[in-house]
Write a protein that binds this ligand. Structure first.
Ligand code: IVH
Length: 684
């Protein structure tokens, strides 16, 4: 800390150092940033300017004098043989030109003859050590001198070679960035949504690719890292003993590429700063065209001899600079804060914004997550707010611009009543969530019907969200059982719905009566009962009556269930509403018995999971599932590393296929599936 002697600059420096230290910890150590990158840059800039004006107040522990990260004790420390330094930033072209001029002065007037230009990837720096061509260690940057040993996690990253081809030097340390592709990030969040849909809970979505990548690499369990599909770009040589001696950084990267390290395709070198400037403009224009995020452009003096002459200061080399692209944030007016009610009754506040173009799209609304977030950010209608959007991330309100606030404004108050049904909202302190608990709230009624008609539940087609809304608001549907006594004459009188559609809807509702019991159980939105648990419950008890008669102990004894699930399921079946509903569904003729699984066939798939996607020629969706069950197997809705095979028909789900390709799960066609069923063997 800088000593304070009543000098206002000293006090401010103190304050800035403490603030920046706090946020550095949030960002580097906890992967949980609290302020935007732009806000960080603003504070950091202010500190740099104050320190430059008051050099006597600069202390060695100032964030401007050291590398930002630090080390988490869950990992063994690794001392870097060559320190992993940070980079100085340039925020505009003038900064870039001054950097070049400083370099030229240090080189006693000699102009830098060539610059390497590459993207500044937004991930996590890593150092990889190879001995005799074999990967022996992966470490994070940490505080630059000591990092964290994450070797076990690094080994799960497909882009990182385990062994190098013959002729690799005896000792090699390379550096680069571990990052998450936007497509992989999207798949992760898609999986979170599917998981939530299966369990009837709200999805817990990852916030952004950078923090997800950092969090994924710093997992104690490598199996978790492996699920996250991390990627890697190599951008720097750390240390080499033996091997070729290239003259330039560009040649070094080409050599590392020949050893199997992924070098980013946009890496290039240029002779003049004008060319570099031109390239930066091109990068800026393609910011949203790539499958990964970058937040700047790194410019490096290409000749290694000149790099050595330029050397480094305490924090960063003088031979490189990071040109930061302007952060993707904008300010706009927060017109209002509203609360939306989700299908399970959860109340989520969201911001209505004066539409603003940010991060490649126009943003008119942004989530505020929950009551606590609104309170913490203290955003108020009428405020000028900072809006941020990065890559595929949901737009977010970072916070208010306090200097613009109307002094008469008041904090926003979370509504006490549900905006849909008007009943009281209930706050669940433990979950920091607020819910509408009115079972008859229109939104929840609609939510339950939407879920019930879904593909993996009762699979009722020709009944989209819009028509569900209409039917509910017209009083034609109050719960899922009403589908089976739907007044089709009244439906026919509605506009925008023709006779043909009504016929189709009728047929689809009729068909739904023969859907398996497991699907019905899933469709009822019973707490804890997702697709797989629905199947398990049906198979374990054999009938709806038996499930309703079961005690908590009976249910807890089901393989994979336990006390928590058992209590939730039992409590649901105990309610009058549930009993009444099931009675009416029973009267309507829905399947209430589990299909007797024919166990006479040879159990070729004992305990194995086979996922089916797309339309098959000789099996219906349920038929394929049944065939797998008959052979002793399971048929979950998503692919994981444990899946034996993915069977694809026409139009399979893209996310399943990609996941199978990436995890190395074999993909079979229908003929392959038949062989698998018969023999339990994967066709060659
Ligand atoms: S070179 C000694 N090249 O930026 C210089 N760094 O702020 C070593 N980064 O920790 C860094 N892309 O995580 C370099 N093409 C690139 C980069 C890059 C991203 C990150 C890296 C480093 C941070 C420094």
């Amino acid at each position: 800390m800088a000593p304070s002697d009543g000098n206002p600059a000293a006090d401010r420096i103190d304050e800035l150092q403490a603030t920046l230290d706090h946020h550095a910890k949030q960002y580097y150590e906890l992967d949980a940033p609290e302020i935007s990158d732009a806000e960080w840059d603003r504070l950091y800039h202010e500190l740099v300017a104050l320190e430059q004006a008051n050099p006597e107040l600069v202390t060695p522990d100032s964030i401007t004098q050291r590398v930002g990260g630090s080390v988490n004790e869950a990992f063994a420390p690794v001392t870097h043989t060559v320190p992993m330094m940070s980079l100085h930033n340039a925020f505009d072209i003038d900064d870039l030109r001054s950097w070049n001029e400083r370099a030229q002065r240090r080189l006693e007037g000699q102009a830098v003859p060539r610059f390497g230009v590459e993207l500044k990837f937004d991930g996590l720096a890593i150092s990889l050590r190879y001995e005799n061509g074999v990967l022996v260690q992966g470490a994070t940057r940490g505080d630059g001198k000591v990092g964290e040993d994450v070797t076990h996690n690094v080994r799960t990253i497909a882009d990182i070679p385990e062994t190098l081809p013959g002729g690799a030097p005896p000792l090699l340390e390379v550096r680069g960035e571990v990052y998450l592709r936007l497509s992989a990030f999207e798949r992760l969040n898609q999986r979170q949504r599917e998981l939530a849909a299966e369990t009837g809970k709200e999805p817990k979505l990852y916030v952004n690719p950078r923090n997800t990548a950092a969090g994924s690499l710093r997992q104690v369990d490598a199996a978790v890292t492996s699920e996250r599909e991390l990627s890697f770009f190599c951008y720097q040589l750390g240390l080499v003993e033996g091997g070729p001696e290239p003259d330039s950084h560009t040649e070094t990267l080409a050599w590392l590429g020949s050893l199997g390290f992924p070098i980013n395709e946009h890496t290039q070198s240029f002779a003049t700063i004008d060319d570099v400037e031109q390239r930066i403009a091109e990068f800026q224009a393609m910011r949203h065209d790539l499958d990964y995020e970058f937040d700047g452009v790194v410019v490096k003096v290409d000749h290694l001899r000149l790099q050595a002459e330029l050397g480094a200061d305490a924090k960063a080399p003088r031979w490189a600079i990071a040109y930061k692209l302007p952060p993707e944030e904008q300010t706009t007016t927060l017109l209002d804060i509203e609360v939306s009610i989700g299908p399970s009754g959860r109340a989520t506040p969201f911001a209505i914004l004066d539409p603003v173009f940010v991060g490649g799209v126009t943003v008119g609304t942004a989530t505020l997550h929950n009551q606590d977030q609104v309170a913490a950010k203290d955003v108020r209608p009428g405020d000028t707010v900072i809006v941020r959007r990065a890559g595929d991330v949901i737009p977010e309100v970072v916070g208010p611009v306090l200097s613009d606030r109307d002094p008469s404004s008041q904090p926003w108050v979370f509504p006490s009543d549900c905006p849909v049904c008007g009943e009281r909202l209930v706050r669940d302190e433990a979950a920091a969530a607020t819910h509408c608990v009115n079972f008859h709230c229109d939104r929840q009624v609609r939510g339950r019907i939407e879920h019930f008609v879904g593909r993996y539940a009762l699979d009722i087609e020709y009944l989209g969200e819009k028509n569900i809304d209409r039917f509910v608001s017209l009083g034609l549907l109050a719960d899922v059982a009403d589908l089976y006594t739907l007044d089709f004459d009244k439906v026919l009188e509605l506009d925008r719905i023709g006779a043909k559609s009504v016929e189709n809807l009728k047929a689809s509702i009729e068909n739904s009566k023969s859907r398996p019991l497991g699907n019905l159980l899933f469709g009822l939105r019973i707490p804890e009962i997702g697709q797989v648990n629905g199947q398990t419950l049906a198979a374990a008890f054999g009938s709806m009556d038996a499930i309703m008669a079961a005690s908590i102990e009976d249910i807890a004894a089901v393989d994979g269930f336990g006390q928590v699930i058992a209590e939730a399921v039992h409590a649901w079946f105990e309610t009058d509403q549930a009993r009444d509903l099931i009675g009416r569904l029973q009267a309507a003729g829905l399947t209430m018995e589990a299909a007797q699984v024919d166990r006479s066939k040879e159990q070729t798939l004992e305990g194995q999971a086979v996922v089916v996607s797309g339309t098959l020629e000789h099996f219906t969706r349920d038929g394929a599932k049944e065939a797998i069950l008959e052979r002793g197997g399971k048929s979950p809705g998503s692919v994981s590393k444990k899946t034996l095979a993915l069977v694809v028909g026409t139009d399979p789900g893209a996310s399943k296929v990609t996941k199978a390709e990436e995890t190395g799960v074999p993909i079979l066609d229908e003929a392959g599936f038949l062989t698998l069923l018969e023999t339990g063997e994967l066709p060659a």
